[in-house]
Design a protein around this ligand. Sequence first.
Ligand code: GLY
Length: 335
Amino acid sequence: MTLLVATQFAVGNDGPVENVILGVHGGLGESPGVLTPEEEKSVIAGIEKALRAGHTVLTKKQGGSLDAVEAAIRILEDDPNFNAGKGAVFTSDGRNELDASIMDGRDRKAGAVAGVTNVKNPISAARAVMEKTKHVLLVSKGAEEFAAKAGLDIVDPAYFRTEKRWKDLEERRKKEREQPQSRLDPSGFLPDEPATRHWSTVGAVALDTAGNLAAGTSTGGMTYKRYGRVGDSPIIGAGTFADNATCAVSCTGHGEFFIRWQVASDISAQIEYKGVDVRKAVDTVINGKLKPVQGEGAAIVLDRKGRFASATNSDSLWRGWITADGKVVVKLYPE
Ligand code: GLY
């Protein structure tokens, strides 16, 4: 793969922020200067809407952390600004294949779906897998049939298409065509070029009044991914993790690295075995472990005391958090 010099990655951390009950991310998003001010406003509004929806569940409706995670992620899946649900990126053969997972910090129960093409809100399918089957992960047709039987919204695959993502695919296809064969990897693809790609995977971490944590993540994956490719988002321990004893984590970034480095569970392990705080834990893994190997990405973390942190080794991370008393912070880039 193409090696990048370390200075191409900015270092950005938040936290620990106190009294947080819900954090969300909209992925790495775009680099500073790419979006117009109107587009930035639209992304910020989407993140704030997700935070407020989850906050309402946790406070006014007295819902649990799983309910808040699901509610927040459904908003982001329905918003074409984000690479999850509507607005998902395309595979190399021009389809949208969606992945999602959710985890309950009380008992490490988890559910996930991968490669679904017609489930409107994959996060709800992930939750249904967790609550209505004995399994953790269902894929493609089996997951789709299960979601339909579970009464979830099924849509025509064309529902997920947006012109922006289609244009991204066409640009990538053109680039592949124009490359000399010598630049292609053994499977016939261009080597990965993390700094030129942005993953807008979405995710949420929540803490309810009973002190229970939950985490969830949903994505369309990576533009031009080989069909059938599954990233980290539906892999428990890689893209998503939650345990009341440590923290809730949702990740975004170059999925293959997040699987190989087991990023979400490693962040939890930093807290479990070293006793560090959420900020140190997420920074150690995102900047200390992934950055030296050019594993581009980020994570958000929340612990049982309501301490929130995030870290990115890229030049952006769309994220926000909300406190119990309704104070919202949204940021798009590292500071
Ligand atoms: N992190 C999303 C993916 O690689 O699919």
